[in-house]
Write a protein that binds this ligand. Structure first.
Ligand SMILES: [Zn+2]
Length: 305
């Protein structure tokens, strides 16, 4: 049982508008959003959920301070920007703003709390040259920047290779789905399933059932809850697991987070919007728009090893 269903209504309307307005030649740009509805009696867990997100943001920074990698991407509340720059400059870190994140409050639940809706996304590094290189690559975009960005942010080479291949694909489905498909032991089925919204009608879907390493479960990445900053090439990528362990060293609440990430979850994407069902909450977030007329579902950790 969920407390309320309504918060998703405007998102679905927005998605339909996007779908109807789409230009046949261009992909529809899905706006960034992430919204949560808590299950009944689970709202008390929201503090812990947002603490995990804050701890990951801090680990983005600490992995750079400790030279686990050259650069990171850190979110700073705009009102604290000067103060944070001053503090981290003292630690020998360079901060360069990438972009202001002005969230549309009608559509977006900020990742940390309802009052903090304005952030500055910064490139952070111990080297000014590397921080500048990262900002330049992020702004120029394109396939050529992908491997440079991946290297600067410390992604494993197997995941960079997979990201590069993915960036060149036309009509790609979300790379989380691609990663799940490449995971050892995945079971793939194409059938009609319940649509997950409580209606009796069934919808066409491609469903992947897969057990994954909790350390690299990024299904909730758009809510800030994650343990690595990249999408792994598969959900059993050992190199990503190694990096995750380095991030987790800087996350005091890592044991409760890993326990949560090992629980069953369902990630259900349709035409660029993903709904994630977990034991505590249902989340809605943007995915990659495509015109595939089926649901893409990942049934995570259904069968315990
Ligand atoms: Zn990998």
């Amino acid at each position: 049982m969920f407390l309320i269903e309504d918060p998703f209504k405007d998102l679905l309307i927005k998605m339909n508008q996007l779908k109807n307005n789409q230009n046949q030649l261009n992909k529809v740009e899905i706006p960034s959003f992430s919204r949560i509805v808590w299950r009944e009696n689970c709202r008390d867990n929201s503090d812990l959920f947002y603490r995990w997100a804050e701890e990951f943001n801090r680990a983005e920074l600490m992995t750079v301070v400790n030279k686990v990698r050259d650069c990171g991407i850190f979110l700073v509340e705009d009102i604290k920007y000067q103060e944070e720059c001053f503090n981290f400059n003292k630690m020998g870190l360079i901060f360069l703003p990438i972009q202001k994140i002005e969230k549309d409050n009608s559509l977006v639940q900020p990742i940390f709390s309802s009052e903090k809706s304005r952030f500055i996304q910064c490139a952070v590094s111990y080297s000014e040259e590397k921080a500048q290189e990262l900002v330049g690559c992020l702004r120029s975009g394109g396939a050529n920047s992908v491997s440079k960005i991946g290297k600067l942010l410390g992604y494993p080479s197997c995941c960079i290779k997979s990201l590069l291949k993915y960036s060149k694909e036309k009509d790609a489905i979300d790379s989380i789905f691609t990663a799940a498909k490449k995971t050892k032991g995945v079971k793939i089925s194409k059938e009609k399933v319940a649509d997950g919204k409580g209606f009796p009608k069934k919808v066409s879907a491609e469903t992947l059932s897969v057990n994954i390493l909790p350390e690299i479960n990024v299904a909730l990445r758009n809510f800030g809850v994650k343990t690595i900053s990249h999408i792994p090439c598969s959900f059993d990528c050992k190199e990503s697991q190694k990096i995750s362990k380095k991030f987790l060293q800087f996350m005091p609440s890592s044991s409760s987070l890993l326990k949560f990430l090992a629980e069953p979850m369902i990630w259900d994407e349709y035409k660029g919007m993903a709904i994630i069902n977990t034991k505590w909450l249902r989340g809605a977030t943007q995915s990659i728009f495509h015109d595939d007329k089926i649901h893409h579902i990942i049934n995570l950790n259904k069968r315990k090893v």
